[in-house]
Write a protein that binds this ligand. Structure first.
Ligand code: BJW
Ligand code: ZN
Length: 295
């Protein structure tokens, strides 16, 4: 495997069918934390442990506080140069699609064409009803989604007292991801309710462990991969490639002839199947490397 940009560029230019598997490292430079490793803790909770139906069943208020915080941070974040470069590639290359594990909406805000972007794990800005009898689902960008989930002001900041009474929105919010900061208690009755059946709680429209990925998305990915023609290249960008079925797409693409180009800040994060002499590993920040290698 190499980090030789010339051989990579030559292959990219002759590639007709290209996949990109995207992960949290793509948005790291936009200020959004990844799941594993440093930054993967939300208060005392491993972020992964909150991304389960069991966690929501046990403590829906805590899980909503986690997701409401992430919705807020994602709305404040801006797409970085890698989101933009991938969106440009999608616009100009007819045989390119991106498979994103990210739920932060930054690829969409970079104007990545929707038909070239498969959201494997849903979106922070989708909600759905938890009632078995109700199929309500919708897009929702309201922040906070209900008043009880508003992020409190930072009481230790001297401007907070004035800000509370001022029209100005220039107040400092408490960093509720920090376990030292007080987390207000939220009652289940104050969480978002389904506007259709008026009974079920709403939940974030993301895919938790043990849940199936959306069948429309799985079918679209399968039909791209199992098209009769070969795949030339798969990018693996900012992902530990440790969650399935997403991680399995690397081997599936390879089985269809693809060479693999990994862009990751950590040299140790190779896809499970390893890399060959025909592959590339570009080590560093995706926000810098992706625009450089797609130039
Ligand atoms: C940078 C950087 C910078 C940092 N620049 N790089 C086969 C075998 C074994 C188990 C299974 C299997 N098939 C299915 C399973 C079970 C399970 C699974 O995969 N378990 C594994 C842990 C083994 N999968 C599922 O349950 C899936 N459902 C399913 O398969 O249904 C059918 C089924 C069920 C049960 C059994 C069998 C079949 C669903 C998976 C849903 C994952 N959901 C989450 C949460 C989404 C909502 C939310 O955001 O809260 O998705 S978990 C979390 O992990 C999130 C992410 O999308 C996903 C992947 O994480 P990602 O993006 O790779 O982030 P990190 O943090 O891991 O890595 C960041 C990388 O960036 C690192 O490498 C850094 O070095 C790098 N980096 N800064 C470049 N600046
Ligand atoms: Zn409902």
């Amino acid at each position: 495997m190499s980090s030789d940009i010339e051989s990579f560029t030559a292959h990219l230019q002759s590639s007709k069918r290209i996949l990109a598997l995207l992960g949290a490292g793509l948005s790291a430079s936009s200020g959004l934390p990844t799941f594993r490793g440093a930054g993967g803790l939300w208060r005392t909770h491993d972020a992964i442990s909150l991304a389960t139906p069991e966690a929501f069943g046990r403590d829906p208020a805590l899980v909503w506080q986690f997701y409401s915080y992430r919705r807020h941070m994602a709305l404040k974040a801006k797409p970085n140069r890698a989101h933009l470069a991938l969106a440009e590639l999608a616009k100009k290359h007819p045989g390119f699609i991106a498979l994103s594990q990210n739920v932060d909406g930054l690829s969409q805000r970079a104007r990545h064409p929707a038909d070239k972007l498969q959201l494997l794990h849903g979106s922070l800005f989708n909600v759905k009803c938890t009632s078995f009898y109700c199929s309500y689902h919708a897009e929702n960008f309201t922040d906070p989604i209900v008043p009880a989930l508003r992020i409190p002001l930072d009481e230790s900041d001297p401007t907070t007292k004035e800000a509370r009474h001022a029209v100005s929105q220039n107040h400092k919010e408490a960093d509720i991801a920090d376990a030292q900061v007080h987390l207000p208690s939220v009652q289940v009755a104050d969480l978002p309710k389904c506007p259709e059946c008026h009974e079920g709680l709403l939940r974030p429209g993301v895919v938790w462990f043990g849940e199936s990925l959306p069948s429309k998305v799985l079918n679209a990915v399968d039909s791209f991969i199992n098209d009769s023609t070969k795949i030339d290249l798969i990018f693996v960008i900012g992902t530990s490639a440790s969650v399935y079925p997403a991680a399995g797409y690397v081997d599936e693409a390879r089985a269809k002839g693809a060479r693999v180009a990994v862009i990751n800040a950590d040299r140790a994060d190779e896809p499970a199947g390893g890399l060959t002499d025909n592959d590339w590993f570009f080590e560093g920040d995706a926000a810098q490397i992706v625009p450089d290698i797609l130039k």
